[in-house]
Structure formats: C-alpha cells, structure tokens
Design a protein around this ligand. Sequence first.
Ligand code: PLP
Length: 430
Amino acid sequence: MSKIEEQYEKLGISKPVYEFGEKILANLKERFEKIDETAEFNQMKVISAMQKNRVCAECFNMSSGYGYNDLGRDTLEKVYADCFGGEDALVRPQITCGTHALALALMSNLRPGDELLSPVGKPYDTLEEVIGIRPSKGSLAEYGVTYRQVDLLPDGSFDYEGIKNALNDRTKLVTIQRSKGYLMRPTLSVARIGELIAFIKKIKPDVICMVDNCYGEFVEEEEPLSVGADMMVGSLIKNPGGGLAPIGGYIVGKKECVENAAYRLTSPGLGKEVGASLGVIQSFYQGLFLAPNVVSAAVKGAIFAANIYEKLGFKVIPNGTESRHDIIQAVEFGNKDAMVAFCEGIQAAAPVDSYVTPEPWAMPGYDCDVIMAAGAFVQGSSIELSADGPVKPPYSVYFQGGLTWHHAKLGILMSLQKLYEGNLVKLEDV
Ligand SMILES: *Cc1c(COP(=O)(O)O)cnc(C)c1O
C-alpha cells in the first residue's frame, strides 16, 4: 500500500473505494488542466486589479463608527469593479448575504409602477418573497412593482417569442439567474447570458439587465458584465470571498445602478461614504486573491463527483462531460438511504464538526424534511464543501464547494465509502 493510501485508510477510506476513485481520476487529467488554465487566467485578472488600484498595507486597517474615508473599503470596491469589468462596485460586510445583495439591487433600482421580468423562469427560492411571488412583508409587490416571468422552453433554451411579448413600457429591470440553484434547468454560460441580453437590449435598449451571479464567479474567464449586463450581484460567502470572507455581498456594474444601491443600503445622501469595514476588510482582499484557485478546487470536486456517480448509474446534473458554468453538482439517488449516506460522508470528511451525523430535519420554507451536511469555518458558507437536499423523491443531493481540491476529493471518496458500507453501491462490477 502506498503512503498516500495509508493516509486515506487512516481516515476511513477503504482500498476498493480509493482505487475506484483513482480510476475515475485517471480520465479527468485533461479537464483538470483546462480548469487550472482558467484559474491561472483569473488569478492574473485579480492581481492586475489589485496592482492597478495600489492595494497597500494601510488598506487592511480597521475603520469604525461612520467609516468616513475608509481607504481599504473604497479601494476594494475599485478592485472589484476592475476585476469584474464594472464602472463601480459596492462590496460591504453590511450586505448580509446573497439574498440581501439581490434584494438591494432590485429595490434600489425599481420604483413603484415599474415591472421586473425574469426571462429564465422562476428565480431562486429566497427571491420569491423579495419579489412578492410568495406574499411577504416589504416585498417589491407591496411597493407596487409588478413581476412577470417567462419560463425556459422544455429543452432549456430561451423562449424568445415569449420574452418579446413580455417586454413592455413598464419593464425596467430584467433579472437573469446564472446558476440553476435548486432547479433542474441548465446553468447559463456567460456566452448564453450575452445572447439573451443582446436580444433584450435590441427590443428595449434602456432596460437594466441584472445577473444573479451566485456560484458563478471565476468558473469561466468571462463574467456577465463583459457581455452586456448592467449589474452583477453575489455573495461573499460563496465564490468571490474565497472561503475567507466571514460575511458580505457585492454589486458591481454601471455607476448609476451601484449608486442607487448604495443610497438604499445606507441612506439617501450618504451612499457609499459611510459604512465602517470593522475588522473584516483584509479577509475580503485575501479571499478575492485566493478565489480563482478555490473555485477551481470546487469545480474539480464537482466534476469528480459527477463522474463517480454517473459511472455508478445515478443521474447527475451536469453530467460527467458537460462544460461548467457554476460550482453546483446535483446527484439524483432515487433512494433515501443513499442520499443520507452521501451526506454523512461529506460531513465525516469535514475539518470542522466531522463527528456529528447529519439528520433529515424540518426547515422553514420547505414542505418536507431537509438534510444538510457542512463542516464549515464560516456558518452556511457554501464555497466550503457542503451538501444538502430535500428528503423526498427523487432524493437529489446538491453538492458544492471545497476550499482545496484535496479536501473535495476526500469528501467525495468518503461519501462513496458510506454508500459502499451500506451496500448501496457495488464497485466491483464497474
Ligand atoms: C445562494 C444563492 C442566492 C441567495 O444567497 P444567500 O446568501 O443564500 O442568501 C441567490 N441566488 C442564487 C442563484 C444562489 O445560489
């Protein structure tokens, strides 16, 4: 037994599982090289943006109180703008999560009487209450902003005819979600987002196109702003925080859109001038610096998992060979025990809370039990290795993250180990 195999065995990975994993990996070399190229490209992009804006040690100083003249905060926003190709950016610890960042972008750029359009189907669950699809206090609907939705066609393509018909005088903002979230539709590539925006702007040039970029940052070499988006929005406890940011969200894009968001986040008249960065700003910089590499680890993990479980006969979305536009991997187990075993494996491989056993549990907002596996340094951080899913047919697990490729690999091998021990898969006949 090799020394590395011994190391895995100490952690509970048996020989058949390890060897199965190595066989799968042997076929992924070229794909992994491509992913490394993307990470290299994006690493240079981040460093260029940091150098151009003269990031210096003083940028890491803590500001308190009003946060006037916070060099670190203001410089970081310039770095984000340059890195992602926007005119301006808002990157703040006061933006509590992705949903908050999206709500902020929407509520600050829409006015009563305006209409919001989603041309890519139902948005992420938490946005239903922001928009008012599910009635909620303070929703856009309560403020007289109406909503229209055009679903993707059954084959996943855009319903151009439907979109053309939905655009009207009142359409002020179009929201485009890049990642599939918890739906089974395909994730949109930046190129496809560009085609959609070009179509929409041809009909209505002044409409604001916003992209929900959650889980998409640094997966490709391009980001939505370079294909015509006016705003892109995301969470710092996902990709761009690189696992180090302990909180935060961002909005990057057109100056006016960002300005509107800043006046809504703080106050009319104050905008970007206030907002102390407290002690977190260094982690924002360092996290962004690491993010291209961290994202590449997560993408490798997703592809490794897809190929393992596809080989074992499960349905995986995206499949083992598809190109990637976000870090999410779904595996449809069709069997509760297998789904639970998978999550137990992810948990058992974690650096934090590895000794706890994830159990299906009732969660607010869901009509069935949900199981979640996460052993994260930052609560709820989904750039760290994590898995979750609603415990009902078809028993799909959504799996994402991994701060390092080797941890993602261990997590996936451990999930396979649990299925193997539970006699839920056979490895010998593959
Ligand atoms: C995670 C996510 C959100 C919401 O972000 P939270 O930080 O969980 O509030 C919105 N849209 C998409 C596509 C996401 O993946």
